[in-house]
Design a protein around this ligand. Structure first.
Ligand code: ZN
Ligand code: ZN
Length: 336
């Protein structure tokens, strides 16, 4: 009974905690932005704009329904798994003591820096490191077959709704949770070590100001059918909703593009940036004419394990064949 109420609180928190992506106020602001986009940019009437935003075909599609179910299941899985994962505090403490062993570093070496400067630097560093680590992990998710088997679950969505952000395999959820703990620990321990106790975050409603601004400016529209595009020069700095939608496109020219979370600079720097295109021209998912069965929960949860097992067996077979042919060559060499 206690677990059940804990679970309900966890679900509710997703919508009432400003630290969470789908906090109701962020959703409400995203709807206002979408209305503005359709009315001012697409010259639709208010009635048509509302109809377009709350498109039943999208929100009641098989793909979206799977997103909702995965959300409820994953919350439960993470509730059970989270206490088993290494915490941010453990990593931060270990790093803090590790820094003592580095000769060219000393505790509080910048402790006389003005507190406001420390706070601004810490807030920006934490946000940038977090965003960069998301870019790196996301890129590996597409590069390594084992990780791709997991990340494919997210890309199997054929329509996007704000709940698609939760459409991930639980193992991907664990990887991203560890990533978050590690980056937070790195920023906290290094700043406390170098600047002493004046380290604090610039926050709004308890949220890093940059994360708050990212959410206020419609982070939820990235997973939506509202293809808001930024000016071309802005898309080099910030990922527009249409740029992330393009990341979900099946077109080969869009493959492995726009891995960024909030900042587009990583994609720009590392050659994976693609400017947005009209949303209506995109087909989303993994393959052309994707079957409805790809939204089955059993497949979404189990198939990645089967694919990973098959991949490992294939690799082992290749290694065995290689070792066998080396042995044969050696034997021929010795016989001669
Ligand atoms: Zn991806
Ligand atoms: Zn996505």
């Amino acid at each position: 009974m206690e677990i059940f109420s804990e679970y309900l609180i966890k679900i509710g928190n997703q919508f009432i905690d400003p630290k969470k992506r789908v906090f109701v106020a962020y959703i409400a602001i995203s709807i206002i932005i979408a209305l503005g986009w359709f009315i001012l940019n697409r010259k639709l009437s208010l009635k048509k704009a509302i109809k377009k935003i709350f498109d039943k075909k999208i929100f009641f599609s098989k793909s979206a329904k799977s997103d909702y179910k995965i959300f409820f299941i994953n919350q439960l899985i993470m509730m059970i798994v989270s206490p088993l994962l290494i915490t941010q505090l453990t990593i931060a403490t270990a790093l803090y003591f590790y820094f003592h062993s580095i000769d060219w570093l000393s505790v509080g070496m910048f402790k006389n820096t003005l507190p406001i400067i420390v706070i601004i630097c810490f807030t920006s560093f934490q946000f940038t490191l977090d965003d960069f680590s998301k870019y790196i992990i996301h890129r590996f998710m597409h590069r390594w077959p084992i990780l791709w088997s997991l990340h494919k679950v997210h890309h199997s969505a054929t329509v996007l709704t704000p709940m698609t952000v939760f459409r991930t395999h639980p193992l991907e959820g664990i990887i991203f949770s560890l990533r978050s703990s590690l980056t937070q620990a790195v920023s906290i321990s290094s700043f406390i070590f170098l600047f002493g106790n004046s380290v604090d975050l610039l926050t709004i409603l308890g949220v890093n100001i940059f994360v708050f601004l990212f959410n206020i400016f419609g982070s939820n529209l990235r997973h939506s059918h509202i293809g808001i595009r930024y000016w071309r020069w802005v898309e080099y700095i910030f990922i527009s909703p249409a740029q992330h939608q393009l990341h979900h496109s099946i077109a080969s020219e869009h493959h492995d593009k726009n891995f960024g979370a909030a900042l587009a600079v990583w994609d720009w720097l590392f050659g994976s940036l693609h400017h947005s295109v009209e949303y209506e021209t995109l087909e989303l998912g993994i393959e052309k004419n994707q079957k409805d069965e790809t939204h089955n929960l059993k497949d979404l949860y189990i198939n990645p394990f089967i694919e990973i097992k098959n991949y490992i067996l294939r690799r082992l077979k290749k290694l065995r064949n290689k070792a066998y042919s080396i042995n044969i060559k050696r034997r021929i060499f010795h016989e001669n």
